[in-house]
Design a protein around this ligand. Structure first.
Ligand SMILES: CC(C)(COP(=O)(O)OP(=O)(O)OC[C@H]1O[C@@H](n2cnc3c(N)ncnc32)[C@H](O)[C@@H]1OP(=O)(O)O)[C@@H](O)C(=O)NCCC(=O)NCCS
Length: 132
């Protein structure tokens, strides 16, 4: 469902429907202990979701969380759905003694959203997002 309605969970004109996983790949995804994925439902509809990856560290804290993806349906934004999803992550982190979560916010509304939840911007020259 999320795949087919991908566009509704993202900025306008940025996403289109994606190919869903096979049943076997879905089971592997859900069984992977390094994958955390929450959904928020209201009125019988999935209205938001958030996926995170657990990153195992080589030293210091054992793990940290990468908040990889988050989206709330357009019509359900600014109603606290995102805040509730982050609350679920906070609870999970507290229960598992995980101290750090980081995210690459890729648009001004997302930056404002994460800042409202206590995330701090890295210094301008601290990191350069790159991909290949
Ligand atoms: C970013 C996003 C997940 C926020 O979800 P949301 O459910 O609308 O957020 P909430 O209603 O819980 O907002 C909590 C607080 O965040 C801040 N905030 C949220 N959206 C904001 C916006 N567009 N502009 C400024 N501040 C915003 C506000 O402080 C808000 O509290 P308030 O409504 O009481 O003022 C949602 O806008 C979204 O899905 N955007 C498209 C996909 C996206 O950008 N994902 C993140 C990619 S990194």
């Amino acid at each position: 469902m999320l795949c087919q309605e991908e566009a509704d969970f993202d900025l306008e004109d940025r996403s289109k429907a994606a190919t869903p996983l096979t049943d076997e790949a879905s089971r592997a995804y859900l069984a992977d202990p390094s994958v955390l994925h929450w959904v928020a439902a209201a009125e019988g509809l999935v209205v938001g979701h958030m996926s995170c990856c657990l990153i195992r560290k080589r030293a210091g804290d054992l793990v940290e969380v990468l908040l990889y993806e988050m989206g709330v349906r357009g019509q359900y934004r600014r109603r606290g759905v995102g805040r509730t999803l982050l609350g679920a992550l906070n609870d999970w982190m507290a229960a598992h003694q995980v101290k750090e979560v980081w995210v690459v916010a890729d648009n001004p509304a997302a930056v404002a959203f994460y800042q409202s939840a206590g995330f701090k911007k890295a210094p301008e020259d601290a990191a350069v997002y790159m991909s290949r």
